[in-house]
Design a protein around this ligand. Structure first.
Ligand code: ADP
Length: 438
């Protein structure tokens, strides 16, 4: 580069010197030198203009204008860049073709649409699952093709990356799992998967658990009845009484598990309508739960209730009572006597009715928190059994919260205590129906 620059300066100096010499010969050295210098500058400009015109025309490298010196170097570099970008383009073209043929054969239906919901691309599976044909429907609005109200709702409002289950638009006995993902430059990718089989297995499992629980209920009631009767007899030895008491404890546990399983199978995957339910005085329910606990098991805990009596929730009374009672009794079960249990029922900062049950008990290690609401998940199996736990309480609370459009949140610090909250949607706040005196 430096050498080329020196050569270029050398040429210029040569032209200038020639001008001076000729100028001296004709008696006007400066004027002729200036003329030569300008001519040299003009020649450079013309060469530059030729290069720019060649670049602008997008013509092939072979059509490059003749150049010399530094300009030649510039043209050389441009040739190199052009060759490189041609190679890159070919590479991209091959990769894109490979990607397109792979994506076209993906088992999941994939549709890419822009900010105006215009379909830009779709694969083969989109034909059978969504009835969107890659050639026929490219350029159409996706919401003109998927017109079922739930689909329109999904396209307009579903959260990015959150899986939604819907019936297939053309074959309602098929269930699809749909997911929307942002793909840059205002594009959205819609992925649909056929989960009919998965849903069937889930339904079968639910029906099986519900049937078995139901079938166990009657014989268990009979066993518990006879046990109670026998234990009321005075003529049995203390050894037999002890053995029978143990049997009674275990059959009571089984009874609780069966009842919890039946409760869960009623709650699962069955959300309440937005305006479905009855007005529930949650504050009153919490008061009676605490009272009952005190009466039935003589709880030796301190309860700090901070509740808004006027905050009425629209929902299923039995379910809300069950969720509150599970949270409060857990706080009692998993803390030492004398611990403080705080119960709060208020609107949170987002005006959502929120129930918080917190304790200053042993707390829970963070690795367990996300699994606590799974069926039969216990941190300490021994403690749960000792206290008559079924391992289903928090699963019930989570399903009750979800059925009401809310969510269960768990926060805990080992050694400091735990806090379980249910946040309901603001739309569930309602007024108590007034009893007319007329
Ligand atoms: P269980 O019938 O065993 O109480 P849950 O589903 O209600 O089942 O609770 C699951 C597990 O979560 C419990 O076994 C216990 O280990 C833990 N847990 C629940 N509540 C608390 C709490 N307030 N403090 C500490 N651990 C708790």
């Amino acid at each position: 580069m430096i050498t080329l620059f020196r050569t270029e300066i050398g040429w210029y100096a040569g032209v200038l010197l020639a001008g001076l010499l000729i100028g001296l010969a004709v008696g006007a050295p400066l004027l002729v030198a200036l003329l030569f210098s300008s001519a040299y500058g003009l020649w450079l400009l013309v060469r530059m203009a030729n290069i720019v015109t060649w670049l602008e025309s997008g013509a092939a490298s072979s059509k490059a204008p003749p150049t010399a010196g530094m300009m030649n170097q510039v043209v050389g570099l441009i040739h190199r860049e052009k060759a490189y970008s041609r190679k890159q383009k070919n590479r991209y073209r091959v990769t894109l073709a490979r990607f397109n043929s792979l994506a076209a054969e993906l088992p999941d239906a994939t549709v890419v649409f822009d900010g105006q919901r215009i379909i830009q691309w779709s694969n083969t599976a989109a034909r059978s699952l969504l009835n969107i044909h890659e050639e026929r429907d490219q350029g159409q609005r996706i919401d003109n093709l998927l017109r079922a109200p739930e689909m329109l709702q999904f396209l307009a409002h579903a959260e990015q990356g959150v899986e939604v289950e819907l019936a297939s638009p053309d074959t309602p006995d098929k269930t699809l799992s749909l997911i929307k993902v942002k793909a840059g430059k205002g594009m959205t990718v819609l992925i649909a998967r056929d989960i009919t089989q998965r849903v069937k297995v889930r339904e079968m499992r639910k029906a099986f658990v519900a049937d078995v629980s139901h079938e166990l209920r009657t014989p268990l009631t009979v066993i518990r009845g006879y046990l109670e009767m026998i234990l009321e007899e005075s003529g049995i030895s203390s050894k037999t009484r002890n053995a029978l008491s143990n049997v009674q404890t275990q059959s009571d546990r089984m009874h609780h598990i069966v009842e919890h399983l039946l409760e869960l199978s009623k709650l699962e995957g069955n959300p309440l309508g937005e305006l479905e339910g009855e007005p529930i005085m949650v504050a009153g329910a919490l008061g009676s739960i605490v009272e009952n606990l005190r009466k039935t098991i003589g709880v030796n805990h301190l309860f700090a209730l901070d509740v808004n009596d006027d905050l009425v929730l629209l929902g299923s009374e039995g379910e809300i009572y069950s969720a509150c009672s599970n949270l409060v009794s857990n706080a009692v079960k998993y803390t030492e006597p004398g611990s403080t249990i705080s119960i709060s029922w208020h609107l949170n900062n987002d005006s959502q009715p929120t129930l918080i049950v917190s304790d200053n008990g042993p707390g829970i290690e963070s690795q367990h928190l996300h699994r606590l609401s799974e069926r039969f998940y216990r941190v300490d199996k021994g403690r749960s059994r000792e206290t008559g736990g079924t391992g289903l309480g928090l699963a019930i609370v989570k399903h009750v919260a979800n059925r009401h459009g809310g969510q269960l949140l768990i926060d805990s610090t080992p050694g400091a205590g735990s806090s379980f909250s249910i946040e309901f949607p603001a739309s569930r706040v309602t007024k108590m129906a007034r009893v007319s005196n007329l």
